[in-house]
Design a protein. Structure first.
Length: 369
């Protein structure tokens, strides 16, 4: 082969290489690259009278371009999968609060249980503390690999040397690696005055019907909120701790529960719902006055009063603005509960007993004299 042929062949090869190289590296910067021979149809066939494009022409199948957000492979842009966050533990616990009740100088309230577990991934290595001398927890540390791996922490109260009052504390559950650390659990403790038999803790007051008690509800006249006690629930799930003399209570009992007895007072109960007025411990004497006489001190603000017949499960009512024949509630019976609606804050006084009433609905227990 002579020199002229060799030079011509070399020039031809060099031009081919330049064309290929120019098609790949024709224009670029730190943010983009545009190839001379890249023609794109967006991955779908496109055609006209002059051309027919199928896919994207110009991207070598064997090469790949990348950025922080995309991969370019075989002529197509592929979005990268989003980065997955690292798997971390999460503190799970229950109940979310505790309410204890005791009598000054009396026995400590029964222990309660706080369950702790991992509701996330990985392993939860938790620790638990409190901020009150009268509260103790056991165990104070533990670990959990998942929701089924639960540790029961015993929550104990020691009232030694404490006087009648209301106390609060906070339980703190921590794990620096957890997504929701720390978690707080409020604790409330009510210590009733020594010898305050008229206002017992709910379990003591209702002990005589413990075998057939389903649930009891109370109504806070000031805040218009309900509280409850269900003996089958964990203690921390109950919000009613004390029975107060002169308050009304809804009590639901199962079959065979005929009488509730506490101290010198007895209430006749019927299966299902019963509305009673808590009389306390000592015997109460007095009459069952006509409703207008019993409520005379709130006559200017009384809207309506309702009573409930526990035997027949029916309501009775008294509205002072209605004709007498339209009312079905005639007397106020000692030991019964009544719903009283008043137009403003006022005191209901009958003989030695006074009830503080708030605007709108109030639930009271009639004490008699």
């Amino acid at each position: 082969m002579n020199k002229r042929k060799i030079i011509a062949l070399s020039m031809t090869l060099l031009c081919g290489l330049l064309m290929v190289g120019g098609g790949v590296w024709a224009m670029s910067s730190g943010n983009y690259a545009i190839n001379w021979n890249v023609i794109g149809a967006g991955g779908e066939p496109a055609s006209s009278d002059d051309y027919d494009m199928r896919g994207t022409i110009g991207q070598p199948a064997a090469e790949k371009s990348s950025s922080a957000n995309y991969d370019l492979g075989s002529g197509y842009w592929y979005p990268l999968a989003p980065a997955q966050p690292p798997e971390e533990p999460t503190i799970g616990f229950g109940p979310t609060s505790f309410n204890f009740s005791a009598t000054e100088g009396g026995a400590n309230p029964a222990d309660e249980a706080l369950d702790v577990w991992n509701s996330g991934a990985d392993t939860l290595d938790w620790s638990i503390t409190d901020d009150a001398d009268w509260l103790s927890l056991s165990p104070e540390t533990g670990s959990s690999t998942g929701p089924a791996d639960v540790t029961e922490v015993t929550v104990s109260v020691d009232i030694s040397g404490m006087t009648n009052s209301s106390y609060t504390a906070t339980i703190t559950i921590s794990d620096p690696a957890a997504t929701n650390s720390p978690q707080m659990v409020p604790v409330n403790l009510t210590i009733n005055p020594a010898g305050d038999q008229d206002n017992p803790d709910v379990a003591t007051g209702l002990d005589s019907i413990s075998d057939c008690l389903v649930v009891v509800y109370a109504f806070d006249n000031a805040t218009k909120t309900w509280s409850w006690y269900n003996p089958s629930w964990p203690p921390g799930a109950n919000t009613l701790t004390t029975l107060y003399m002169g308050s009304g209570y809804w009590i639901n009992v199962s079959e065979g529960c005929d009488f509730l007895t506490y101290g010198a007072n007895t209430y006749e109960l019927y299966e299902g719902w019963n509305l009673i007025g808590w009389l306390g411990y000592q015997e109460h004497v007095g009459d069952n006055p006509d409703v207008a006489i019993g409520l005379d001190t709130i006559g200017d603000w009384l809207v309506v009063v309702y009573g409930f017949d526990n035997a027949t499960k029916t309501w009775t009512w008294y509205n002072p603005s209605w004709p007498p024949g339209a009312n079905t509630l005639d007397t106020l019976d000692m030991g019964s509960g009544y719903w009283i609606n008043v137009s403003e804050v006022c005191d209901l006084t009958y003989e030695a007993n006074t009830y503080e009433l708030y605007e709108d609905w109030n639930l009271i227990g009639w004490l008699g004299w």
